[in-house]
Design a protein around this ligand. Sequence first.
Ligand code: SF4
Ligand code: SF4
Length: 77
Amino acid sequence: MPLRRFLLPVLVLAIAALALAGTKYRIDRTRCTGCGDCDRICPVDAVEIVDGYSTIDPDACIGCGMCLGVCSHDAVR
Ligand code: SF4
Ligand code: SF4
């Protein structure tokens, strides 16, 4: 499928660019509901739900921003 062939390299390049930029994210606990959407989407398993809140391991995070995109509570900053 042409669209899929186009999107996959773009996604990989975007993830690589963000990782190289060293972007790190953190969780705003006043907004996090612990829904786990960020945990499920993280490609490197850097997210864990602890005590009902999402927690990002800064050493494992590659800065791809996928958790930011999936959080519907604007809790990833
Ligand atoms: S997706 Fe957002 S609200 Fe849900 S656990 Fe992650 S940071 Fe919290
Ligand atoms: S930015 Fe990417 S690697 Fe880092 S915690 Fe979010 S989904 Fe995982």
